[in-house]
Design a protein around this ligand. Structure first.
Ligand code: MLT
Length: 303
């Protein structure tokens, strides 16, 4: 009997993979062979001696203490690419929120408390919600993996000029990426040329705080920076300085932070890039299958 302890909400279709009598799947299960997690942070948790594997139903594994897992011989699986389309689609929403005054405009409509005379009021006020279009603008994509390559190709489909930076693009992503994406070998040059920049990087020592005063010193005033990767990649105080100085236009982030919560140039979402039914299902199924293949056959994929 294999025991799988679950944390957070994992899609039912993923859990159903274990509906065989040689599996027991539950939260708070003693002596588990494996954990199945989504966003649960495991850094402060002592692992049971029986633990052999952790399945993370998502792409990033920064909520898992990888070094300790290596020391203790615990295999960690994730689901690269399984939620990439969901994130890409929310990046599109972020680009539109960054260039059209959708959020402020909707809040304005909500603030109107009477129907009488609405039309003339809207006609007068809507001038202040005018925005800009995506077509013809330059999109810079930093990180051309599963998500970044989809975002880059989407930019081309929207009629944008797309430039990309990635020091180590995988062969698979390179095949997927359109040859119309111009590869840059210098991040500062990408930051200097783009009207929109979308970040698609994991948190590593090399990427923590990467978007700093240095990178933001030469950006265009029209810049909309999109962070659907991880909050730690961006130095929030540098963003606030760049916005306050009029050096960039807007920051759209999927990682709300206390120090940026109420800045007029910052729009924040509650880490919902991967929160679609389809993505949750894809991720849960991918890690469930990997865990089963490991427990039953000793096979290791995507660890
Ligand atoms: C990911 O790393 O893929 C996302 O953080 C997934 C999630 O929202 O759970």
């Amino acid at each position: 009997m294999y025991k799988i302890r679950t944390y957070n909400t994992i899609s039912v279709k993923g859990l159903n993979r274990f509906s065989r009598e040689d599996y027991e799947v539950a939260s708070e299960l003693p002596h588990p062979d494996a954990f199945l997690i989504r966003s649960q942070k495991l850094h402060d948790m002592e692992f049971p001696e029986t633990l052999k594997a952790i399945g993370r139903a998502g792409a990033g594994v920064n909520n898992v203490p990888l070094e300790r897992c290596i020391e203790q011989g615990i295999v960690v699986f994730n689901a690269p690419g399984a939620n990439a389309n969901a994130v890409k689609e929310l990046v599109l929403a972020g680009m539109l929120l960054g260039s059209r005054d959708i959020y402020a405009g909707m809040k304005f409509v909500e603030s109107l408390d009477q129907q009488d005379g609405l039309d003339p009021l809207l006609e007068k006020e809507k001038k202040r919600f005018a925005g800009t279009e995506l077509i013809g603008k330059t999109l810079g994509v930093v990180g051309l993996g599963n998500i970044g390559s989809l975002v880059a190709n989407m930019g081309l489909a929207l009629g944008m000029k797309v430039i990309g930076y990635d020091p180590a693009i995988s062969v698979e992503a390179a095949w997927r990426l359109s040859s119309d994406v111009e590869k840059m070998d210098n991040l500062n040059s990408l930051f200097g040329r783009a009207d929109y920049i979308s970040l698609h990087l994991p948190v590593l020592d090399a990427t923590r705080g990467l978007v700093s005063d240095n990178l933001l010193s030469g950006v265009k005033p029209s810049l909309v920076l999109l962070n659907f990767a991880r909050g730690e990649i961006v130095d929030n105080s540098a963003i606030v300085r760049a916005l306050d100085d009029g050096r960039m236009h807007r920051y759209v982030s999927d990682f709300p932070a206390n120090d940026t919560l109420r800045h007029p140039g910052i729009l924040q979402m509650p880490h919902i890039g991967a929160s679609t039914g389809e993505a949750e299902e894809n991720c849960a199924i991918m890690v469930a299958d990997q865990l089963m293949d490991f427990l039953e056959n000793g096979n290791i994929a995507n660890s």
